[in-house]
Design a protein around this ligand. Structure first.
Ligand SMILES: [Cu+2]
Length: 129
């Protein structure tokens, strides 16, 4: 009888350890997405435009913003919990650059230096694109 008790005690310990093991190895719970990457075309002509566009996205919730003048492609890595895609388009349009979703206001656009006026096919002499 005593032996029987000892045996079931071992079984309980074994079961307990197994359960604990499962609890620790079942892996982390799925976390909310913290990073999204989008890319879209933005009108721009030169490295001044590049700086302006990238600086417009120097905001909370944006991890990285890279504008390629040649392909006119803007790639943005951001936190989707803090920002929506349309907000990113708005930030870029606010500094005078058209995106596929948001057109910059005429007033802001007119404040751009001549060579950055992409709507009139502006071309910067200091840049070779
Ligand atoms: Cu420019």
């Amino acid at each position: 009888m005593k032996n029987q008790l000892k045996k079931s005690l071992y079984i309980y310990i074994f079961l307990g350890a197994s359960l604990l093991n499962i609890a620790f190895t079942s892996g982390p719970k799925p976390k909310p997405i913290k990073k999204s990457e989008i890319a879209f075309q933005v009108e721009g002509t030169c490295t001044m435009c590049k700086d302006r566009i990238e600086q417009s996205l120097d905001k909370k919730g944006v991890y990285k913003a890279i504008y390629d003048v040649k392909s006119k492609l803007l790639t943005v890595t951001f936190d989707p919990r803090k920002l929506e895609e349309i907000q990113i388009h708005n930030m870029v349009a606010m500094v005078g650059h058209d995106t596929p979703l948001v057109t910059a206001s005429e007033v802001v656009y007119q404040s751009l230096p001549d060579c950055c006026r992409y709507r009139e096919g502006g071309k910067c002499e200091h840049d070779d694109f």
